[in-house]
Design a protein around this ligand. Structure first.
Ligand code: SF4
Length: 557
């Protein structure tokens, strides 16, 4: 495709229409409107919000509990404005599960409680914010993926969007259009976990230097319609234990949005050092537990999805600002794994991003120094203090469930205390070829037969994710041919048993040792969860955004 691109000028371009960036865009618009209403020299910024999904909310997946602390400040009349909070949390419990039994945790310490919080559908919440933003005159460019930051002389000057209409071989189809160059005084990157623009900025500006290595989980989720009388709106539960061994971090949840609609999911740690995991399989086993069956048996599956969760916490937070850019929400590492929440932190980062950009607009100063005031604002915020208090919570579980629980208990008394090394590397991987645990796991997984009632195959689940891509486009999972013949065929098989065929929650990677090449990809099934790039033990997979509009189509998750 010709590099002759249409060029459009904006003041601010937001990359990603999630809660962080939509809060930022809306708050900025409010600040500008209030300023102009006072009769001062008006500012009229050109603002665009890019969304790679078919609509804002299409790629938002979360078993979300919203702490409304920031929303109440930002939009005190959020209920009157029709905010889609599904139910206030009324009852909560935490359980340790063995394969057949359940053990309630009798006392829930304060950080684990959810009084005053709401069960929300993140997809609906994102759509609501986006509708408000459009009603207030902001431009939401959906079906538009940001593929590359424009960087000149060490300064970010904008972003390039995706080319449309390129075929598998890289040739232009009839009607093809090159991506646009969107010039901006600042871009705001809120791509969620492991974004591709963030990866390029990190590489260029060393945003993660001097931080601990970022770690991730993969959350897979289903939404169910269940018979009445099983649960009440606002009931939530969390679990740990089965089906994971104590060496792997993770756990389950179930949230009742109404008396008959629930979301449930399972989170599994995914790391290149421990890549042999199957988050989808774990969810299916989780649902077979009697506790879960008591809610969903004879119900109906409505939706499925997956996403990576940024979980390194305070010590792994990258620098949130640089020359010409800010990072918001999960891209800035703002997830509190102790509270299993990031939505309010994302919104708080959006508020501070908006304040920073507003100051820059008034002074026409978008210098690095001016944008770095965002960092100071974040550091002075309640969200930052919350992240700091939970700073060693997740890392303690790298030493296994039991040490993690001891650490979690002690850190409730002395917030942030570290019994374990910060971000210590995993000490063992139970699931490696040649080990008995691996053979047993593989045997059980291969013997597992979904019943299409309670449990489902990846392809059956995928069907209800709404995932669609243009089939005839370049593969967005970039793996060099020489790596397939060298690493996939030999090194990865021997060392890890080709874990891509397990960890992808959409079954995009298939290995056939009798075929050449042995790796077959189905990129059009991709859920955009980024697990493959994270868990790939040889680092040969690069996830890049496919043509805008592709991917899942979440509506109620
Ligand atoms: Fe997730 Fe990668 Fe599979 Fe896509 S291909 S669903 S990003 S693991």
């Amino acid at each position: 495709m010709s590099p002759e691109r249409e060029s459009l000028d904006f003041d601010i371009v937001f990359i990603g229409a999630g809660p962080a960036n939509l809060t930022a865009a809306l708050h900025l618009q409010h600040l500008v409107s209030r300023h102009n209403a006072k009769g001062k020299t008006p500012v009229e910024p050109e603002i665009a919000v890019l969304e790679k999904g078919r609509y804002a909310g299409a790629h938002l997946l979360s078993g979300a509990i919203l702490d409304p602390c920031v929303l109440e400040m930002f939009l005190p009349d959020f209920r009157e404005r029709g905010c889609p909070v599904e139910a206030e949390v009324t009852k909560e419990s935490v359980w340790f599960l063995s394969e057949k039994r359940k053990f309630p945790i009798p006392y829930l310490p304060e950080p684990f409680r959810n009084e005053g919080c709401y069960v929300v559908s993140l997809s609906r919440f994102g759509s609501w914010l986006s509708e408000m933003a459009e009603a207030e005159g902001l431009t939401i460019l959906d079906n538009t993926a940001a593929v590359e930051p424009v960087i000149e002389n060490g300064q970010v000057l904008g972003v390039i969007t995706d080319d449309k209409g390129i075929d598998r071989q890289g040739n232009a189809r009839p009607g093809a259009e090159p991506g646009m160059r969107l010039n901006a005084k600042a871009i705001v990157v809120g791509e969620g976990a492991r974004g591709s623009i963030f990866r390029q900025l990190d590489h260029q500006f060393g945003l993660s230097e001097n931080t601990h290595k970022q770690i991730y989980e993969t959350g897979v989720k289903e939404v169910w319609k269940v018979p009445p009388g099983r649960i009440e709106a606002g009931d939530i539960l969390h679990t740990f234990g089965y089906p994971l061994p104590s060496s792997i971090y993770g756990g389950g949840w179930l949230y009742a949005a109404s008396d008959t609609e629930i979301s449930l999911g399972f989170v599994t740690s995914v790391e290149p050092e421990r890549p042999v995991v199957d988050p989808h399989y774990n969810l299916q086993l989780f649902k077979q537990h009697p506790l879960l069956q008591s809610f969903i048996k004879d119900g109906r599956l409505l939706e499925y999805g997956a996403k990576a969760i940024t979980s390194g916490g305070y010590h792994a937070m990258p620098k949130p600002a640089g020359p010409g850019f800010l990072l918001t929400g999960e891209t800035a590492g703002l997830v509190n794994m102790q509270r299993l929440k990031g939505l309010h932190l994302a919104m708080q980062s959006g508020i501070h991003a908006a304040e920073t950009l507003f100051t820059s607009l008034l002074s026409d100063d978008f210098s690095t120094n001016a944008l770095l005031s965002y960092r100071q604002r974040l550091e002075a915020s309640a969200g930052h203090e919350e992240m700091y208090k939970a700073r060693n919570y997740r890392q303690a579980f790298e030493q296994g469930l039991y040490k993690g629980l001891i650490q979690a208990g002690i850190s409730l008394k002395i917030p942030g205390i570290a019994l374990a090394e910060k971000a210590a590397p995993p000490k063992e991987n139970r699931l490696l070829p040649g080990k008995k645990e691996y053979r047993n796991w593989l045997k059980q997984k291969e013997a597992f037969q979904p019943d299409d009632s309670l449990t489902f195959s990846k392809s059956a689940d995928l069907y209800v994710s709404g995932t669609v891509h243009e089939e005839d486009q370049p593969c967005h999972l970039r793996i060099k041919k020489e790596h397939i013949s060298d690493i996939c065929t030999t090194k990865c098989t021997e060392a890890f048993g080709n874990p891509c065929q397990h960890f992808c929650p959409a079954g995009v990677y298939e290995i056939d040792h009798d075929a050449d090449p042995i790796l077959k990809l189905s990129p059009s099934n991709c859920l955009h969860c980024k697990t493959c790039e994270i868990a790939d033990p040889f680092g040969i997979i690069t996830w890049v955004p496919p043509e805008g509009g592709g991917g899942p189509c979440y509506r109620s998750s």
